[in-house]
Design a protein around this ligand. Structure first.
Ligand code: C2E
Ligand code: MG
Ligand code: MG
Length: 848
């Protein structure tokens, strides 16, 4: 059976015993013969319930007590019969259980157990031997001795049996085991009780009993003295054991503390108020590198970093004076090897119990790594990782201080130099980024050599360096240093086995102009540098107010440009491209114009570069492409004779690099209804040469769409000659610088001739840009150039006047004699072309 199952029966068993006990008690009470009950019975009953259960004689050496209550119950049985004994036993059961519990069920159970067991013993003896009181009167006999033994045995078995069953159910244990463990030894108490009761009963009426009664007080005194003595012995034994335990605990705690101290992960020390180390642990020795023996001959002052000594002494002084309870500080000790060790040190004060002396407890944690990391972080936050020079943040900080100093001191002047490498991109592109980085580092080192102590040189990023010259007497001092820097830079650099020459452009902004904000002087130095660049590079420029005005103007232009699209301030002008063999207009180039509301017309040369820098070129370019395609489609529909007319649109670098360019073009063609073959996109060499393979892929995709591509300004930028055959390009546009200077310059003429030949060999068309005069026209025709574009034919015109050219040309086509001349096979004489164009209504353009 499971333990829980057994335990379920405990309560019902208790109640069952209690219920059985009740009739037993009632039965005994009803059969009691009041006549037999005398004072003696009353005393016995009283002694049983009050005294006997309280008196327990301890058997020394065994953890067992013998109560005397059983003696009284047995005595009652022998003297007054079984019923009286049952009642006395029930009373004893109730009283003794009242001392341990108030639970009704427990009280009833214990009362019933005593009543039942006594009743059982009574009946057994009665059935075997008749009335015991009569047997007693016969004096001691063998039968009496047997009765006494049986009385003890029966009472013992029935009493302990009932209780053992209850306990076994409660604990969920077997009954036999419970009985054996808890009650086997108690048989002694029952037999002792029964024997005592038998002896007393036999002696009743004899002098021995009265003598025994007379010495009862003495026995009581002896008993209580014995009990007190036993209690004292127990108490002192307990105290001794307690003291021993305490000592042991102290010893253990001391040992624990000692090992905690010795092997603590942080450094710990006991220090005398004068600073002598009294006790130190292993970690502390490890942190500062000294052995325990060495430390114990020294003071903490000997080992504290000189810069931290005063602060430490102050803290300890306050601690000793009782002004602060503890103190904590970050400080440096000097390691035995001489380097500083950063620690976090907590100090607390302990006073001896008699307040006679005090000690300091040091807890020392090595934080050198953290400090180093912090220093590194601070350094990194203010320095450039590549060159190790101060960065913008630190430079601005120094500049701020210089600006403030200049405000306070009239005689204090400083200057800011803004330096930018000329054509640094070429190094990066040509020799790779590693070489570029190497160059920047070498430049940083050279620049440092040019400076005086106290000056600050910083790398702002890329190839930009700034220098703050402090305490200069006048501007010439700054220009001298700028000169020196340029000379230093002029010396060759050795980069991965290549000898590289580098020039720099420097802008100088002196503080004499009166600056209140550091960013203003930096901005002006930058502007001056920009001027140095635009004035031919490899030079320095001193900042003046005029530059500032222009820089502001540029900035304003940039701001306005952002709004120009929404405000529809862009217009397209169209410049015809003319066939030199027929004199007919074969297409137009769309050229964007910005009609600024206040400044009027702004040339693309001025704003396209700004749009490029700010990415505004993307929306502008898209608008141009859409508008140009729409216009061309309109013209094609309006002038069916010019069905094959094409429109050329310029694409900037950023536009060409858009990954969705092809999709954008396809969409625009779809929207405007223009045939892809009527669209020519003009790109420059620099656009293609930036990333040749990607550019070729992009060009192929555009070609696949049906769009044609022209190489604009050919001959000026990168030399793409060796790649040209790989480019799917349909036309080369000879840059106007060659065309305009063809007269009298044989070299330019030869260039034009070469380009024409090249184009022919590669199966490309060739268009001469910037045809301004008749001589150029005839020369170009003689060289076999097929197409021309320039003021000679027409300046770029608005849509309407451009369309007028078409209308007139159409008219001319209707005029057979004139057109026949135009249609004549190439080459035609330049004068003829001029004639034809004049006939087409272009006289006005010729005057330009
Ligand atoms: P480009 O593509 O080489 O355009 C030809 C430039 O030469 C135009 O200047 C045109 O007016 C000018 N030109 C034409 N014939 C003659 C001539 O006989 N003599 C002289 N001296 N100049 C002539 P424009 O319109 O000022 O454009 C300048 C540059 O701006 C263009 O050079 C082109 O690179 C860029 N550009 C113009 N419109 C756009 C555009 O919509 N998008 C992009 N990305 N760039 C554009
Ligand atoms: Mg162009
Ligand atoms: Mg051009």
């Amino acid at each position: 059976m499971q333990i829980q199952d057994k335990q379920k029966f405990f309560r019902p068993y208790q109640w069952a015993v209690a219920v059985v006990g009740l009739p037993v008690i009632l039965y005994s009470a009803s059969n009691l013969q009041p006549a037999r009950l005398d004072l003696g019975f009353a005393l016995l009953a009283l002694a049983t319930v009050i005294v006997s259960s309280r008196i327990a004689i301890r058997i020394p050496g065994v953890n067992t007590h013998v109560t005397v209550s059983d003696t009284f119950i047995f005595l009652t049985l022998l003297l007054y019969g079984g019923h009286a004994a049952v009642l006395v036993a029930a009373a004893e059961g109730l009283c003794s259980s009242l001392r341990i519990s108030r639970k009704p069920v427990t009280l009833c159970f214990n009362t019933s157990v005593m009543a039942i067991s006594t009743c059982a013993a009574m009946w057994a003896l009665y059935l075997c031997f008749g009335r015991l009181s009569e047997l007693r009167l016969q004096g001691f006999s063998a039968v009496f001795a047997i009765v006494i033994c049986l009385m003890g045995l029966l009472q013992y078995i029935s009493n302990t049996g009932l209780v053992a069953i209850g306990l076994a159910l409660k604990l969920g244990q077997p009954c036999w085991r419970t009985w054996r463990e808890h009650y086997l030894w108690t048989s002694f108490s029952y037999f002792a009780g029964a024997s005592s009761a038998g002896i007393i009963a036999l002696m009743l009426g004899s002098t021995i009993l009265y003598a025994a009664l007379a010495i009862a007080p003495i026995i009581a005194i002896v008993y209580f003295t014995y009990r007190t003595y036993m209690n004292n012995v127990e108490a002192s034994a307990a105290q001794a054991a307690q003291a021993k335990r305490h000592m042991q605990q102290l010893q253990e705690s001391e040992e624990r503390f000692r090992s905690a101290f010795d092997y603590a992960a942080i450094g710990m020390a006991l220090v005398a108020p004068d600073g002598h180390w009294l006790e130190v642990n292993h970690s502390l020795c490890r942190i500062i590198g000294y052995s325990e023996e060495q430390l114990l001959t020294m003071t903490f002052q000997n080992l504290t970093h000189a810069d931290d000594l005063t602060a430490t002494q102050e803290h300890i002084g306050q601690l000793l004076a009782g002004k602060i309870p503890t103190c904590q500080m970050e400080k440096r000790y000097v390691h035995i090897l001489g380097h500083p060790v950063w620690v976090n040190q907590s100090i607390s004060l302990v006073r001896e119990t008699d307040n006679s002396s005090s000690r300091l407890i040091f807890q020392i944690q090595d934080i050198t790594d953290r400090k180093r990391a912090e220093e590194r972080l601070v350094h990194d936050a203010f320095h450039d990782a590549l060159t190790g020079l101060p960065n913008r943040a630190l430079f601005m900080d120094h500049l701020q201080l210089a600006t403030e100093r200049a405000k306070r001191r009239e005689d204090y002047h400083f200057a800011v130099l803004f330096m930018d490498l000329d054509r640094f991109k070429n190094i990066n592109d040509g020799l790779g980024h590693m070489a570029g980085d190497q160059l920047l580092i070498s430049i940083a080192r050279r620049l440092e050599k040019c400076l005086r102590p106290g000056d600050t040189i910083a790398r702002l990023g890329g190839d930009e360096f700034t220098i703050l010259l402090e305490e200069i007497s006048d501007v010439t001092e700054a220009t001298l240093i700028a000169n020196r820097m340029q000379q230093e830079m002029a010396l060759p650099f050795n980069l991965a086995g290549h000898e590289v020459y580098m020039t720099v452009s420097i802008g100088v902004a002196p503080s004499m102009t009166g600056y209140t904000k550091p960013q203003d002087i930096l901005r002006d130095a930058d502007t001056a540098m920009y001027y140095a660049k635009s004035n031919g590079k490899a030079r320095y420029e001193m900042f003046d107010q005029e530059m500032h005005a222009q820089a502001v103007d540029l900035l304003r232009l940039e701001t306005d440009l952002r709004r120009a699209i929404d405000r529809q301030e862009f217009r397209l002008h169209y410049q015809p491209i003319v066939s030199l063999s027929t004199g007919r207009i074969t297409g137009f180039e769309a050229l964007v114009r910005w009609q600024h509301p206040e400044r009027g017309f702004i040339s693309p040369d001025r704003f396209i570069s700004i749009a490029e820098e700010t990415d505004m070129i993307l929306p502008i370019g898209k608008w141009v492409l859409t508008e140009a395609c729409r216009q061309m489609r309109e013209w094609q529909e309006e002038y069916p004779a010019h069905e094959t007319l094409s429109i050329s649109v310029n694409l900037s670098c950023k536009q060409f690099r858009q990954p969705n360019l092809v999709e954008q073009v396809r969409q625009i063609l779809l929207e405007t209804g223009l045939d892809a073959r009527s669209l020519k996109l003009e790109i420059t060499e620099s656009v293609v040469m930036e990333n040749i393979e990607t550019a070729i892929d992009m060009m192929k995709e555009l070609r696949a769409l049906g769009v044609r591509l022209s190489m604009d300004d050919f001959g000026t930028g990168y030399s793409s000659l060796s790649y040209l055959h790989r480019f799917p390009i349909s036309a080369l546009k000879i840059d106007r610088s060659f065309v305009s200077r063809m007269d009298g310059n044989n070299e330019n003429k030869e260039i034009v001739r070469t380009i024409v030949m090249l184009a022919r060999n590669l199966g490309m068309e060739v268009i001469a840009e910037g045809v301004e005069g008749e001589t150029q026209l005839s020369q170009l025709t003689a060289l076999g150039c097929e197409y021309g574009q320039g003021y000679f034919f027409s300046r770029p015109r608005k849509a309407e006047p451009a369309a007028a050219l078409l209308a007139d040309a159409q008219l001319n086509m209707l005029t057979p004699p004139a057109m026949r001349a135009l249609d004549a096979p190439a080459p035609v004489a330049a004068s003829e072309i001029l004639l034809n164009l004049a006939a087409a209504g272009l006289e006005s353009e010729l005057t330009h």
